[in-house]
Design a protein around this ligand. Structure first.
Ligand code: ACO
Length: 429
């Protein structure tokens, strides 16, 4: 890993003492104060709920400039990747650091097909869940269950046969995701096919039935490739941090990713795509489509309501992924030859957000989840599968982040501290 540039020092003065802390600069000129020696030298810790100001690692994978709305994977702009690549190219890029050449791509694609089956005993796991089980719960359980059937990812020597290991994970989790959907609607599962590519295979496993010989639509395949690329990584976000925190204890990749899936499920994170649709449906039914009233509720500090799909910890301008997703959503709706009252409402809500000083002054813009759920809906994917789609897209990012963490010469077990405010020593009566 390339070393950061050292720029000089920052002085910290406290209780009559002064210490100097090194300043680092990353390759895009973001500066950081190195506080690793802080507690040893001063006895103090830092206080930063939500890690808003805390850099936990050096990373070469993803760059975000939240003020300018820039997102790059391994130096490539998200728009270029979404326009010119398939999802598996981007997965390869994130994991290996470079886009694949033709031979590497063919081999990766072959391996993904080769590993697409689930052990037949795992198929029976799906029968044990109730029909209404949320597919994110099932997916997380399947991720950790893979470790019992394919224990090679528990090896300490993770870099050995790494392609074999990660293709297994990428391919089998996609199959598990489709199985969980079939189970939830009571349909027979559809096995993966070697003749289909990664995204086509997923669509076929979702929509083929014994009574309907589903033909994969190339427009939907293209849209799915783009959506998964948009989801593929987002540096030290909540779920990636969870994956790395679990991995920092030495836990295997399956266990780490299973935990990441649970983190992604939360409505403030990837779960927002499902909650956007549910919010829009409520606005139509309960608020009779009154967007003004919804905006006022979101601004009311006594009301916990927030507009789902709006706001982001890092982006203080329009999320570049949301721009791509919005256009794609319109294209897919047009392709399906339908209209969607929820899309019309979403656009009206977006306009109201962009015109309101409450949102503008706080840098609150539509994020990736605002339009991706609507796109999945137009593709025929049910609402409670939206976050599963996000998870399938995010797997290469989690893998890349986990691998980088394991190779990091500065890496240590993740273990934040606290400021204790409870009672002092009390005597027992
Ligand atoms: N609606 C109304 N007000 C909002 C919203 C929103 N969606 N988001 C933030 N705000 C307000 C907050 O009330 C706060 O106002 P204040 O300064 O007057 O107190 C201010 O904007 C800053 O918000 P924070 O909660 O401090 O921002 P934070 O960075 O901690 O949270 C988050 C970011 C969780 C994404 C937040 O914007 C949110 O809850 N959005 C809705 C859920 C969502 O869409 N999540 C998906 C994010 S993308 C992803 O994870 C894949």
């Amino acid at each position: 890993m390339a070393e950061v540039k050292k720029l000089g020092t920052a002085k910290l003065t406290y209780e009559g003492n002064t210490i100097e802390l090194p300043i680092f600069e990353g390759s895009e000129h973001e500066k950081a104060v190195d506080i690793r020696a802080l507690r040893k030298e001063t006895g103090m810790i830092t206080y930063d709920p939500g890690f808003v100001n805390t850099g936990c690692c050096q990373s070469e994978i993803t760059y975000i400039d939240g003020e300018e709305g820039i997102l790059r994977y391994r130096g490539y702009d998200i728009n270029d990747l979404a326009d010119n690549c398939e999802f598996i190219d981007v997965a390869y890029l994130l994991i290996h650091g470079a886009l694949p050449n033709k031979d590497q791509r063919d081999e990766f694609s072959r391996d993904l097909n080769h590993h697409s089956m689930l052990h037949e005993d795992m198929r029976h796991f799906f029968d044990a869940y109730p029909d209404h089980a949320h597919p994110m719960a099932t997916l997380s359980a399947m991720a950790v269950s893979l470790s019992t059937f394919y224990p090679e990812l528990e090896d300490a020597s993770i870099q050995e046969n790494i392609d074999f290991k990660v293709t297994r994970l990428l391919s089998k989790l996609r199959t598990a995701a489709a199985f969980s959907y079939k189970k939830s609607i009571g349909h027979p599962i559809v096995y993966p096919k070697h003749t289909l590519k990664y995204c086509e295979n997923f669509l076929n496993m979702m929509f083929w039935t014994p009574v309907n010989d589903y033909q994969v639509d190339p427009v939907l395949t293209k849209a799915l490739n783009k959506l998964l690329i948009l989801h593929a990584d987002h540096e030290q976000n909540c779920s990636a941090s969870v994956v790395k925190m679990v991995g920092s204890a030495g836990a295997n990749l399956y266990a780490s990713i299973s935990a990441g899936i649970c983190a992604l499920w939360g409505p403030l994170h990837g779960g927002a795509n499902q909650h956007v649709i549910e919010m829009l449906q409520r606005i139509i039914v309960e608020d009779k489509g009154n967007v003004k009233a919804v905006i006022e509720r979101a601004k009311d500090k006594n009301d916990p309501f927030r507009i789902m799909g709006v706001g982001h910890r890092v982006y203080k301008s329009y999320d570049p992924r949301a721009k791509v997703a919005k256009q794609m959503c319109k294209d897919v709706v047009a392709r399906m030859g339908t209209s969607d009252a929820l899309l019309d409402l979403a656009q009206e809500l977006e306009e109201a957000v962009l015109a309101d000083d409450y949102f503008v002054s706080r840098g609150l813009y539509p994020n990736i989840d605002f339009y991706t759920g609507l796109t999945y809906r137009a593709m025929g994917i049910p609402t409670d599968m939206f976050t599963v789609m996000f998870a399938i897209g995010r797997i290469p990012g989690w893998i890349a982040q986990w691998l980088e963490m394991r190779e990091d010469p500065h890496g240590r077990i993740g273990r934040p501290r606290q400021i204790y405010t409870g009672p002092n020593l009390r005597a027992m009566n």
